[in-house]
Design a protein around this ligand. Structure first.
Ligand code: GLV
Ligand code: MN
Length: 222
């Protein structure tokens, strides 16, 4: 094959490969996050290796059911670098999603990561919307899995009679979460009402109602 064609093929392969990755690759075995450091970098600085212990690589936070008594009937326990500092630089994290019957993990997206999930209890309708405005969804049952491509708006809604539990995993140590209702109607300071009425083509009273619901709402992620 001509060198130019090989170069083009290689560049394309590298481009496709790197554009599917989320966090950058680690440059060392581990870099347990020093969450208290004053130094701000892309991620967190490492604790000195002499202070690293076995406990830095284990996390029991997902063993405990979250409290779903809130307006959404859901709780998402985050196992990200912020709660599990051993994940720093490893490009991985996982959450536990607890849904009461009828509860929803509300419409949200993760700017930094794709998501894969596994249902361990109950059943849930899982859906996401593509950039072409196509809605993909399925009722996912115990033992079944789902994926959510990076950045797309998605949700889980408990369609069963018992509590639903899923474990989700991400190709980022900190996937980030943009919760649609809280972002749009609960930001501080709030988005100008004229922007929201024009965007959603409704009267100011509708926007005020939504702001009154979500202005003080707390995120189910913790
Ligand atoms: C589920 O969608 C999660 O973000 O954990
Ligand atoms: Mn999610």
């Amino acid at each position: 094959m001509a060198p130019l064609r090989s170069m083009l093929l290689l560049s394309l392969t590298v481009f496709i490969f790197t554009s599917c990755r989320a966090d950058p690759d680690p440059l060392q075995d581990f870099c347990v996050a020093d969450l208290k450091s004053d130094i701000t970098v892309n991620g967190f600085p490492c604790k000195p290796a002499s202070n690293v212990a076995s406990k830095d690589f284990f996390f029991s936070g997902l063993a405990v059911a979250g409290n779903t008594i809130n307006m959404f009937g859901s709780n998402i326990t985050a196992g990200s670098v912020q709660t599990f500092p051993g994940l720093n630089t490893l490009g991985l994290s996982m959450n536990r999603v607890d849904l009461a019957p009828g509860g929803v993990n509300p419409l949200h997206s993760h700017p930094h990561a794709s998501e894969i999930g596994f249902v361990v209890q109950g059943e849930m309708l899982v859906g996401f919307i593509s950039t072409a405005d196509v809605f993909y969804s399925k009722v996912v049952k115990v033992g079944e899995s789902f994926i959510i491509p990076r950045g797309l708006i998605h949700f889980q809604y408990n369609t069963g009679k018992e509590n639903g539990v899923a474990i989700t995993a991400f190709n980022s140590q900190l996937p980030g979460v943009v919760l649609a209702p809280l972002t749009l109607f609960g930001s501080k300071p709030s988005i100008p009402i004229d922007v929201l009425t024009k965007t959603f083509q409704v009267d100011a009273s509708v926007i005020q109602l939504l702001m009154s619901k979500f202005g003080q709402a707390t995120s189910p992620y913790n």
